[in-house]
Design a protein around this ligand. Structure first.
Ligand SMILES: NC(=O)c1ccc[n+]([C@@H]2O[C@H](COP(=O)([O-])OP(=O)(O)OC[C@H]3O[C@@H](n4cnc5c(N)ncnc54)[C@H](OP(=O)(O)O)[C@@H]3O)[C@@H](O)[C@H]2O)c1
Length: 321
């Protein structure tokens, strides 16, 4: 079948490991279902996979794509939940130490067909197109959990999102705005800040710019490049929610500020099946639609990868089939 896959790990030149070609049809184990993919979205996770981060060398070649939307054999339209894990240990499959995301052990969604455990398909809301629904399973689910499960923010409070144009960032802005937060965003260029404003951001700032006042919570996916600003931008007793470290994972901890200001730093990864169901309902009820900056046929996926590697995002990058 047609597939977009990583041939081997390439830490320095990830796009050299990208292949567009043929991979074997999957065999479907008991309890799993095949999904004919209609759309899937690109995530930074796919670039990490090409670099060999978060995946064992023996797992290559690996079909890329952590999320998607498609059709079951009976014709029902579905959204995929990418977390393959067991909720029985800690009541939350994202906490299962053996959980994997699609593309870490099991093949991904940039293909004609993907197989997933039967519990990992959810009905696609009729109001979301396949391309919109394909954005939900990774970036939007991560943003939903950061905001509604981990941050403790209440409507009327102020949040800062580091990064304006990325998949997780645009999701945080749209969800925060719809939930009644005051949404502030930093972005690296005027064009990127304009994207956040179109999504509903109340104010935007240059990366690292001093804010007029401290915020109740900061949402971090950037890491080293923005961490110092993050630590200085949150109110005493405020919260920093971290789900990524694109620019580097080891910023100075600034422990004195952490304990003196009594800050809470909370890690967050993906979300549960129940959170994905809630996210889909919320988007449907509130009429929220993901910002899609680029939509390409899956056969042209390389162009989307190049955009993400160059930091030229304008919301989600979606591949259709
Ligand atoms: N833990 C999880 O479950 C989970 C799930 C999804 C994503 N993630 C992580 O979250 C991160 C973002 O993923 P994504 O898919 O949203 O990627 P993306 O669409 O490529 O977005 C990248 C974002 O990072 C910002 N950025 C990058 N380098 C920066 C720098 N040097 N200074 C300031 N801002 C910078 C960009 O801001 P501008 O708009 O200003 O360019 C943009 O908003 C990745 O590290 C990814 O691995 C984690």
């Amino acid at each position: 079948m047609f597939a977009v896959y990583a041939a081997e790990p390439n830490p320095d030149k990830p796009l050299d490991a990208l292949r567009v070609g043929e991979r074997p049809e999957p065999e479907v184990p008991d309890g799993w279902v095949p999904v004919t993919v209609r759309a899937a979205s690109l995530n930074m996770h796919d670039l990490w996979t090409l670099r060999g981060v978060g995946i064992k060398p023996e797992q290559f070649p690996m079909i890329l794509g952590c999320d998607g939307a498609g059709v079951l054999a009976d014709g029902s339209e579905v959204v995929l939940h990418a977390v393959v894990g067991d909720a029985s240990a800690y009541g939350d499959e994202t906490l299962d130490p053996k959980r994997t995301l699609l593309t870490e052990k099991h093949q991904g969604t940039f293909a004609d067909t993907v197989i997933v455990p039967a519990r990992n398909v959810l009905a696609k809301p009729a109001g979301l197109s396949f391309s919109e629904a394909a954005c939900m399973g990774t970036a939007w689910l991560t943003a939903y959990r950061m905001l509604f499960t981990q941050s403790g923010l209440r409507p009327g409070q102020t949040m800062l999102v580091q990064g304006a144009s990325g998949g997780v960032s645009t999701a945080l802005v749209a969800l925060g705005k719809a939930a009644g937060m005051r949404v502030w965003v930093t972005g690296r260029s005027e064009a990127k800040r304009a994207i956040a404003e179109e999504q509903g951001a109340d104010r935007t700032y240059e990366s690292g710019e001093r804010l007029p006042e401290r915020v109740d919570a900061v949402f971090e996916t950037v890491g080293e490049a923005t961490w110092k600003h993050t630590m200085r931008s949150v109110k005493p007793g405020g919260t920093i929610v971290v789900s990524g470290s694109t620019s580097g994972p080891n910023p100075p901890a600034d422990l004195q500020r952490l304990f003196f200001m009594q800050l809470r730093v909370v890690g967050s990864t993906m979300g549960t099946r129940a959170e994905l169901a809630n996210l889909l309902e919320f988007c449907d009820l509130a009429g929220i639609r993901p910002q899609i900056g680029t939509e390409l046929p899956m056969a042209d996926a390389a162009a989307g990868f190049e955009q993400m590697l160059a930091g030229e995002t304008a919301g989600k990058i979606v591949f259709t089939r």
